[in-house]
Every structure is written in structure tokens, then in C-alpha cells.
Design a protein. Sequence first.
Length: 264
Amino acid sequence: MPKNQRSAPVYLQLARRLQRRIDAGELPAGTRLPSEPELSAEFGVNRLTVRQAIAELERAASIEVRRGVGTFVRPPVTRVSITVDPRSQRVDIGSTQSIPLGGGPGREPDFDGERIVAVRPGPSGRHDQEAAAHLRRPADELSRVDTVFLQGTAAWVVNSYWLLTARLPPDLGPSDSLGNVVRRLSEAMGITLEYDWRAFSAVGADVDDADTLGVPTGSPLLVREGVSCDATGAPMLYVRRRIRGESARFVLRFRDGAETGPCP
């Protein structure tokens, strides 16, 4: 467990443990959570700590508290598909080429790069299982690379990339060095990555993303996710970005000369 998580308040540690059970499918959507006394006994904490942890998960929209009934795991978000003209497909060169932000009109973005936070072989959470389905591979054959985009010293985007462990650069690991991770992965795989599909949604920050981004749990995050493929259309990389809601907007252009805007 990262040092900053070990030193977190006990209720946040408990919230993270429960969130990981939800992500791993141990507590599927619709499941009723154990009662406060049961959780207190299981984890050896007092009921106030349990109540605070539940409040964090509720703010993160991971659970729903039904007064007088119980606390239940929320279902995943509904997705809506938008078909894009294949002629608009372009090479995936990483989002560092289209970073928005700048703090105001006339100011240049102060984007400082992407830093690798963790490399995790064989992850087993809910999003890891989704990645495995998108890449059509068993989850235990994949690795997840977690990174952050920085402005100065502040993180404003959390990124997760999934790919075959066999294609992972052997020297890739947590580092303070900054760069374009998609480019590095593409070069290591020896292929040119192309967009297959991208989806957009909005979520409340869970306890881990809130901690990384320095925002309250449940703060609005924009999610941009999708698969990049090789020239034959075979899925090679799944990416899921969580972006501070006040920091970016997405613009789809349907004709030449249409308004353009930030699109991380």
C-alpha cells in the first residue's frame, strides 16, 4: 500500500478497503452492505469510523443509503454510443498534444507532463475486468499502468492504461520523470496505435482518485475511456482518464471550421 494511504485516517482506509471489494466484484451492484455493527466488528473499528467511511463512499456515488432499509452498492453507469465517421479516425499520439487549461484567456497551458505512479501486473478490480473484456484477454495476462497529468506540482488528470504484460517495457516503473506514456508504450509494442473508440461519462471521485487529485470525495470528474488498436483493428491498449470536472471540456467537430476547444 502506498505510504500516503497507510498514513490516511482510519475511516479513509476503511472506505478504500470497501471500495476495492466493490471494484473486485465481491460486492456486486445491488448488494446490501453489512450493518454498521457488523462492519465495526469485522474491521475492529468503532461505529463512528464506519459511518464516516460509508459517507465517503456515498459521496463517491459507489453506494446508496436508503434510510430505514440499508446501504446498497450502486449499479454501473449507463452508456450511450455515438458513431463517428471512420474517415475522421486518427493516430493515437497521446493526450499531451491537446491539453487544455491555461488559467484564463490569453494564457498558455502550464502542462508539465505525465508521471507514472504505479505499474500493476495482473490487476483484479472491476475496471480491470472491464479492460480485459475490451481487450479480449484474461485479466491475469494484463498489466495496468497508472499515471497523472501535472500542472506545476498539482495532479489534474488520473490515467490508467491496460495492455498485455508481455508487451510492457521491462524498465517501466514509478518515476518522477515526465513524458508521453502512450508514445512510449506504442514504441515498445513496435506499432502505431490508432483510435478504435472513445466514450465519455461523468462520475464522482472515489476515495483513491480524490486523494490523488486533491479534491473532496464525490467531486465531479469527467471520464474519457476507450480502446486503441493496431492497423488490423486488433485491440492493443485500453485507457481510462479521470479529469477534474472544472478543468476541461470536450468538443466534437462535425464540419470544418466548427468551434474547437480543450479536449484532453
